[in-house]
Ligand binder design. Sequence first.
Ligand code: ADP
Length: 622
Amino acid sequence: MFDLLPVMAWSSFADGTCEFLNKAHSTYTGLSREASRRWGWQTAIHPQDLGHRMEKWRESLASGRPSEAEVRIRRHDGVYRWFLLRVEPFFDASGAIVRWYGAGTDIEDRKHAEANWSASEEKLSLIFNTVPMLVWSCLPDGSADFFNDQWCDYTGTSIADSEGWGWTVALHPDDFRHAMEGWCAVLLSDGNGPPAFELRLRRADGMYRWFWLQTTAALDHTGAIERWYVTMTDIHDRKMAEDGERRSQALLTEAKRLAGLGIFSFREGADSMAWCNALYNMFEFPLDTPVTRELIEQRTHPDDASLSFGHVFDARNGRNFEERVRILMPGGATKFIQYCAYATVTLSGETEYIGTVQDVTEQHLAAEELILARNELAQAAKASSLGVLTASIAHEINQPLSGIVMNANTCLRMLNTAPTNVEGAVEAAQRIIRDGNRAADVVSRLRKLFSQKAITASPWSLPCATGDIIGLLQGDLRKCRISVDESYPADLPQVRGDRIQVQQVIQNLLRNAIDAIKAASDGPRRIRVVGAHRDGFVSLSVGDSGVGFANADPEDVFKTFFTTKRDGMGIGLSISRWIIEAHGGKLIAQKGDGRGAIFTFSIPGEQSPNPAIAPLSGSHKS
Ligand code: ADP
């Protein structure tokens, strides 16, 4: 019977000497029954385990109680395997031990499984405590029973504090309700419900940070939820960055809306541009239409074709663009848009243009109205000051003139009477001379009015003074689509004189040039301003591509009251010449090359041999 048992089994006498070992023992150990009997079996026990085995055996023998021992037993091929040895006493009717019976069960595989289990448990806890997230678990009813080290470090609480529902103390008060609802939804789900939500968790120092709470259900073998595993990932920095990004995106969109701004980008050589929605709206193109050059040019006002926004497609060599053009909307309205494209270099070395397009229709119309109003005002001021001047000159001169006419009549009458009243005629002639002198005085007084102080101003730069005036006229120039080229030699000396008066001359020349270009219906629309110096004189010529003088003598334009304009006065150029000559210089007009006119004035430069400039009156006139 013993031999039929699939485990090792033996019997020993009451003193512990082995009486009999079964077949399983001899098959396993390879020891014969004879060799194992009495104490022979000891040779198969691992030397390190024999002491322990004998100790347990002696304890049982002394106490008469059963015992167990785990020992390694050598197999016939020399390999040791773990066995659990159990011994039980067998009593006779009087209660004395007559035999001991023992059995050994192979526990090698269980031992390995245990070793593996404790190793994997160690590994698991290492993972739990080193993952960069808070990990905890809870029972199906939601009460927590495990927290990793990170949880305890972050919240500054112990596992005991957090167990059950203690962990909810760390929730942000504003998130409490939402977090509890989320948590209950998880618990009520069958593991396939809403598994994640965001909440704020208090750090040990009292600061709250945003976390992403995720749950996973662990199921038992029947498929019921056995435990929930929860991970909480710190998303605070990402969330703050996202919030910041969202805020700045919203701000940018709002700013773009307020400024009527659209944004585009374009890669050199590409067939289409990337546009933002605002830009699609501005051009009234259907969203998502590829924006090609043809599409943009369909909208562009024919007169602005040369400046069209579509020219960005010709972009080369990282050139920046800035233009104002008109676009014609499908409904017939005209919009003024200002576009800028700035070249940037991408990481892959390609040139990319990033640009803005602004709807400046309102500003443009307002600026045009302003220019109109300013021109009307200037015209009115010119007319009224001229009127006042004329009235006062007329008044001053009228008196001596009527005196002269009256005295001349008297003189004639006296000479025609018989006898001739020579004495009376002489007196009348003397009065004529007196009144004539008075009239001459008036004129010379008027001149003195314009020449109260000699021009002793400090030297100034002609290009700067010209630049100021071009700036002033920018609105008119843009409105009439006229470009101005300026060129000055680097060594242009400064000039001395009345800056304001010379600027009046420059303004007058530029205004006339604009008028002449406006009067020409076709051809280029350009003004060339060129500075030069020679023999101590600094000159400035203003050449235009306007109507020119036709067959007229250019010198005629300097005659007072000469004008070919419907609303002209014909005094601007005569005053300009007067001002320039008062500075010791010259103002001349010439026909332009091919078309237009060129007006040039020269005045003494700072290094001129005779920088002292005459006052506006006196004998300077050539
Ligand atoms: P106004 O501008 O009031 O006519 P000006 O004395 O400034 O008075 O000009 C006189 C005239 O000279 C103009 O009406 C015009 O016929 C002629 N003129 C002046 N500048 C030019 C120019 N750049 N091109 C052609 N004609 C000009």
